[in-house]
Design a binder for this molecule. Structure first.
Ligand code: ADP
Ligand code: MG
Length: 343
């Protein structure tokens, strides 16, 4: 008798969900990325009980065609890439076609959407039980709303790993802040248990961007930050670095984006640390919000399902450029702002 069988699709999705859906914050990351990929100009989030009870993400993006709706919830279904070559210069945040399938397999998901000029909107519901979504007409302005209720209701082993409401919300808030700093041109709002946490208008000018930064990272960061913008050898680095005098006891105010994508990368971390080495006391951490822009073909984002890691084609050049740029900026700081412990 044969011992090998294909996994039931729902089980396969739940296993895959283990990679991308760790906690409410990961759901928010995936849903907001989808909104941004859909060209949203504003993204509104409504959260209940740290995201375990409800995560609602509403956008004014392109929406989804009725015929595409069941596919949107299927695994390995994406509108963002079609061939391997597309991966080499992928400009969208998503491309794996996994998030909605994974999330819907471990929650009660309802997606409502409407495309421009449509007579009606459509909703698709999937209760985590079977993958066949129920599609029905619904009133919805152009854009998409995804509601995720009762995360992990059918996977008790995963639910056990969730922390307190406050901890889960802090993780989730951190994700929203990262995304808000990744896209100044998009408005964001976040409400938790009916209370407004963030309300961020689109920020076009540098002044408006700095206002958003002050609101997200705290006014003290902004008061102690230097703006920089340097380009060389096909690389551009811009953003804000805190004066050494505004060092932190933890590495909790470090945002680095590669082509608009928030990443954590050892090579980048090393380059920044080296640049601050002579001006920071031992054990202190720099604060920064930096954006690296380069040809998408010279960076591989398909290293990990959460896409927090990247691989640079010429890591050495990237490292040296970041180090030299920051080193120069910090060396130009007046000596009367030399290291002092703060925070
Ligand atoms: P991926 O983002 O990797 O393509 P997802 O599972 O996150 O995979 O989404 C599947 C597809 O559903 C997307 O490719 C996109 O076409 C559509 N989609 C998801 N969310 C939205 C949204 N907020 N607005 C418009 N289309 C969306
Ligand atoms: Mg996605």
């Amino acid at each position: 008798m044969s011992k090998i069988h294909l996994l039931d699709p729902r089980l396969a999705n739940q296993i895959a969900a283990g990679e991308v859906v760790e906690r409410p914050a990961s759901v928010v990351k995936e849903l907001v990325e989808n909104s941004l990929d859909a060209g949203a100009r504003r993204v509104d989030l409504e959260i209940e009980e740290g995201g375990v009870k409800l995560i609602r993400v509403r956008d004014d993006g392109a929406g989804i065609d009725k015929d595409d709706l069941p596919l949107a919830l299927s695994r390995h279904a994406t509108s963002k890439i079609a061939a391997l070559e597309d991966l080499e210069a992928v400009a969208s945040l998503g491309f794996r076609g996994e998030a909605l399938a994974s999330i819907s397999s471990v929650s009660r998901l309802c997606l409502s959407t409407a495309v421009a000029g449509a007579e009606t909107g459509w909703s698709a519901r999937s209760e985590g039980r079977d993958m066949a979504a129920v599609v029905a007409p619904v009133a919805h302005p152009q854009g998409t709303t995804v509601e995720v209720r009762d995360l992990f209701f059918n996977t008790p082993a995963r639910r056990k790993f969730l922390r307190t409401e406050k901890t889960e919300f802090n993780h989730l808030d951190e994700v929203v802040k990262r995304q808000a700093l990744g896209r100044y041109d998009v408005g964001f709002s976040l409400r938790h248990n009916g209370r407004a946490v963030h309300s961020l208008k689109p920020a076009a000018s540098q002044l408006e961007q700095e206002r958003r930064l002050a609101s997200v990272c705290g006014p003290a960061f902004m008061e102690n930050a230097l703006f920089l913008d340097r380009s060389a050898i096909g690389l551009r680095l811009w953003g804000w670095v805190a004066l050494p005098s505004f060092s932190r006891s933890q590495a909790d105010l470090q945002h680095f984006y590669v082509n608009g994508r928030y990443i954590r990368d050892r090579l980048v971390a090393h380059a920044v640390r080296q640049a601050y080495r002579d001006v920071l006391f031992h054990g202190r951490h720099p604060a920064f919000v930096l954006y690296l822009e380069l040809d998408p073909a010279s960076v591989d984002v398909n290293v990990h399902p959460t896409k927090h890691e990247v691989r640079f084609r010429d890591g050495r050049a990237v490292h040296d450029f970041i180090f030299r740029t920051l080193h120069k900026v910090l060396a130009d700081v007046r000596p009367d702002t030399a290291p002092q412990a703060a925070s």
